[in-house]
Design a protein around this ligand. Structure first.
Ligand code: NAD
Length: 424
């Protein structure tokens, strides 16, 4: 039979990259041909036009998307990105990775992602609120606490989630905290959610350093991206005794061989918004940061920054993918052939975020709230379990770690789809 799915809608480098990863994993576990396209391609997508009244009285129409990749294993789950370079193909790839990630760590969710083409840094607070509310308003027919549960991603935060939760709750007429996760604590957010992704990255980095017999106190760390994930990762690793030698954001980076004072950098960014002109070290570019000699390299910004051009020049021992999709397929191959860098693949490395989002959703549905210690203990237990399963799969089939993680995630989604059967 010829293939029916032609996914020109999502055509983009990032979507192709996610598809290639899927194809490799599907081949590695001999996934039956008839289930492949059904598992690979997104189930639904919505594109919305978002007219916003600007502060000067004019109206701008922004474009936004929500892609629900998989709904077979529970409500869809995934963040909302506000960024000027968002495309529907990128959102679809991110939704696909959410499916494998939720499945890998054993959460009862499918995968989704949302995005709006906007530079939120150019909006006033009022404009950002109107855009956030409008986006949620347009999504209401397609989402719900048991259908699709958004969360923060690049360019969105607790405040945005609070506005979205309020918009949804006003629409349905009662308080519905479980519609989004990553909310402020005062609206039913979870203890530990803000730091969850970074804390999870830092925890896994320490577990892999132990395996590599490198004391964390002797580790040097370079982090690209100093937002929610990069900032919290830096803080947690510095607290564990690692030396953070480089940090960056979209304006460029800073390098200090003696170690950067992370708390000072965070304080600086709180008021200045970016690391530009931060005096904690010497200026470097984002590209220079990626190839610095260091123990741990942590991309924590956007996709496709580790490329065939810089992969041969990486000088780290451990590559911890806090961002989604930071390594292109070709770069991945180069790193695997080099054989001198351990990789913690994104679907495992940054899973702490969705794990604590799951805890937040559970607390909202039960109206029963946990303390921080409880949240963190449960987070690390789930990460350990996922890590153990990845290491077992890696050893058993002699896979690279990314392939091990992806095959586990994909197999579980496929099993669910096969058990449910095909609705006539
Ligand atoms: P954020 O908006 O809080 O921070 C993004 C950071 O990246 C900022 O410091 C920004 O300046 C920087 N950045 C943007 N473009 C850059 C560029 N071209 N070069 C260098 N730096 C650049 O976003 P976040 O929530 O920290 O997300 C970062 C990554 O982690 C994304 O890949 C996201 O999908 C992933 N992630 C986030 C979560 C979460 O809970 N927020 C969970 C899992 C994965």
């Amino acid at each position: 039979m010829s293939k029916a799915v032609v996914s020109s809608l999502y055509d983009s480098d990032t979507f192709k990259m996610a598809c290639r990863q899927f194809d490799q994993a599907a081949d590695a576990i001999n996934l039956p041909e008839e289930i492949r396209d059904r598992t690979k391609y997104p189930r639904r997508c919505v594109a919305v036009a978002l007219p916003i009244k600007r502060d000067n009285g004019s109206v701008t129409v922004f474009e936004g998307y929500r892609v629900q990749h998989n709904l077979s294993t529970g409500p869809a789950k995934g963040g909302i990105r506000f960024h000027q370079d968002v495309t529907i193909g990128e959102v679809a790839a991110l939704a696909m990775w959410m499916s494998w990630k939720c499945s890998l760590v054993g959460l009862p969710y499918g995968g989704a992602k949302g995005g709006v083409i906007v530079n939120p840094g150019l909006l006033s607070e009022g404009e950002l609120e109107r855009l956030s509310r409008r986006y949620m308003q347009e999504l209401i027919p397609f989402i719900g606490p048991h259908v699709d549960v958004p969360a923060p991603d690049v360019g969105t935060n607790e405040k945005v989630m609070g506005w979205m939760m309020d918009t949804y709750s006003n629409h349905i007429g009662y308080n519905s905290p479980a519609i989004v996760t990553g909310k402020p604590l005062s609206l039913g957010g979870s203890q530990g959610r803000r730091e969850a992704t970074g804390a999870g990255v830092a925890y896994l980095v320490q577990r892999y350093l132990e395996d590599m017999k490198i004391p964390v106190t002797q580790a040097t760390v370079a982090i690209q991206g100093f937002g929610n994930v990069g900032g919290e990762t830096a803080l947690a690793l510095a607290a564990a005794g690692a030396k953070i030698i480089a940090l960056s954001d979209y304006t460029g980076g800073v390098f200090n061989a003696g170690g950067i004072d992370v708390k000072k950098a965070l304080e600086y960014v709180k008021y200045q918004r970016t690391l530009k002109d931060f005096h904690g070290g010497d200026p470097i570019t984002n590209e220079q940061l990626l190839t610095l000699p260091c123990t741990v390299l942590i991309p924590a910004a956007l996709e496709r920054v580790i490329t065939p051009e810089n992969a041969p020049r990486l000088q780290c021992r451990l590559l911890a993918e806090a961002a989604n999709g930071p390594t292109t397929n070709a770069a991945d191959k180069i790193i695997e052939e080099r054989g001198d860098i351990e990789v913690i693949p994104d679907v495992l490395c940054n899973a702490g975020g969705v794990i604590v989002s799951y805890f937040e959703w559970l607390q909202n549905l039960q109206n029963f709230y946990w303390d921080r210690e409880d949240v963190m203990q449960k987070l690390f237990a789930l990460l350990d379990k996922a890590r153990d399963s990845v290491e077992y799969q890696k050893r058993k089939f002699k896979f690279g770690r990314r392939l091990a993680a992806l095959t586990l995630g994909i197999q579980r989604v496929t099993d669910a789809k096969q058990s449910r059967g095909l609705f006539p």
